[in-house]
Design a protein around this ligand. Structure first.
Ligand code: EPZ
Length: 428
């Protein structure tokens, strides 16, 4: 086991290169199963969630060949299993995408229900509603979600909640179904558009991705393609928020500024000077951040996956800020860790009232989930003294080379082994 040790109080200076988007990668990789010939996927982030999915693809029978750290060739032709067990999925959230992809490929899927970050209940009722509308029969057997269909037929599906996962899963199942599928109240995140672009580059006929109505006209077959994944807006936002907390001057390279609009708007409100270039943004921050209210919402609203990071910076802002979580029921579990470091945060249901303090002080804390873990790193960077972050496997799920990237821009952060100090009982 390992932990991160951060010696806080340093300014951030230099350049960072953002990796491919995790939440696009975990949808696009299973989508390769829909092709009749090999695909090359580029700009893959080197993170444990991607490694896990590639392992699942391999176990299903696909041939996976790493060309380099961020490029993989996948030949799905021999994938003949439709079973993704709990052990194969290891609690990852995106396991559910194998339901849509396998149903789309072979009208059959048996997949462990999704795990992943724990924000309270994480239902998949909207995914199931979509599959059933397309003609699949969904049951729960021995802890696995089982789907079968004699054939999938296009249908209209209205989502009761704007769900990224349900939108993606229905697209995957519908892309080779007979006839037209219409998803209404669809999610509009950049990774939905990226998946649609990927599927279209294989020969699919998807229109409207990025709007709330997506139309998918089923095609008979999809051909392999070469495709480069979009940059990770949340990784970019995490580094940008860190500068606003720590002060400094950072050029964030390999981003799509349009995807960062809501994050840029809030960081500007907090006092950052942000310049947008074609594929980069520069963040300059002097002095203490200003208070600001934030409400998370589906895209193009402020992303819930940036909520813990921005709340952490607001913990040292001048004045009182209100952060409202508009997507998940329970995404303030990290607040207990922040208060240990001296933050003044009162949580009432989906709302946190954050009264800025001048400084946080370094302390041992835990990463309670992926983005909460990123927030603890930011807290360690802006705090005085030493912060130790444990349970960092959550962070490794979604951030490539986070120690190397932060070290290169002036942060004093190290990954160190946790030494077990439990006394060993003497054998008789
Ligand atoms: C995706 O999760 C992301 N994960 C999450 O990012 C992100 O927080 C979330 O979208 C919202 O943007 C991946 O892309 C792998 P949802 P997902 O379905 O698809 C409710 C990260 O940190 N809902 O959009 O699981 C649900 O309870 C991760 O990178 C239903 O009620 O999220 C929630 O309140 C964490 N029924 C809301 O919709 C359903 O069938 C949005 O969930 C599905 C969802």
């Amino acid at each position: 086991m390992e932990k991160f040790v951060i010696n806080g109080g340093k300014q951030i200076k230099g350049e960072v290169k953002i990796s491919g988007a995790k939440n696009a990668a975990v949808a696009i990789l299973p989508a390769v199963l829909l092709a009749d010939s090999p695909c090359v996927i580029e700009n893959l982030p080197d993170i444990s969630d991607v490694a896990l999915i590639l392992n699942v693809m391999h176990t299903l029978g696909a041939r996976v060949r790493l060309i380099n750290k961020s490029t993989v060739e996948i030949d799905p032709r021999h994938a003949n299993s439709f079973i993704v067990t709990k052990e194969m999925a290891e609690g990852m959230r995106a396991s559910s995408y194998f339901l849509g992809a396998l149903l789309g490929r072979m009208n059959r899927a048996r997949v462990a229900p999704p795990g992943g970050c724990n924000f309270g209940v994480r239902p998949i009722d909207q995914h199931i509603k979509g599959f059933e509308a397309l003609g699949a029969k969904i049951t729960f057997e021995n802890g696995l979600v089982d789907g079968k269909a004699s054939e999938l037929r296009g249908a209209s599906v209205y989502l009761d909640v704007v769900s990224v996962g349900a939108t993606i899963n229905i697209m995957l199942a519908a892309v080779k179904a007979k006839g037209l599928t219409v998803i209404e109240n669809a999610a509009r995140e950049p990774h939905i558009v990226d998946l649609a672009n990927f599927l279209n580059s294989m020969g699919a006929n998807i229109m409207g991705a990025g709007t709330s109505v997506i139309k998918i006209r089923g095609v008979d077959s999809l051909q392999g393609t070469s495709y480069s994944i979009i940059p990770d807006q949340i990784e970019a936002g995490t580094y940008m928020a860190a500068v606003v907390g720590a002060t400094g001057d950072l050029l964030v390279n390999n981003v799509t500024p349009k995807h960062l609009e809501s994050i840029i708007a809030k960081l500007r409100e907090m006092g950052a000077e942000i310049t947008e270039y074609d594929e980069a943004v520069r963040v300059v921050m002097k002095g203490r951040p200003r208070k600001c209210n934030v409400k998370t919402m589906p895209h193009p609203g402020f992303p819930t996956d940036m909520q813990p990071q921005i709340a952490t910076v607001l913990a040292i802002a001048e004045g009182t800020s209100i952060v409202t979580e508009g997507v998940w029921d329970n995404r303030f579990r990290y607040v207990d860790q922040l208060t240990v470091m001296g933050a003044d945060v009162q949580v009432d249901g989906k709302m946190a009232v954050i009264t800025g303090v001048e400084k946080l002080s370094g302390s041992p804390v835990k990463a309670v989930d992926l983005r909460a873990g990123a927030a603890m790193i930011i807290a360690g960077i802006i705090a005085d003294g030493v912060t130790e972050v444990e349970d960092i496997d959550h962070i490794d799920r979604g951030y490539e080379n986070i120690v190397e990237k932060f070290s290169a821009i002036g942060v004093d952060i190290k990954r160190v082994p946790i030494i077990d100090t439990t006394p060993v009982l003497k054998q008789a």
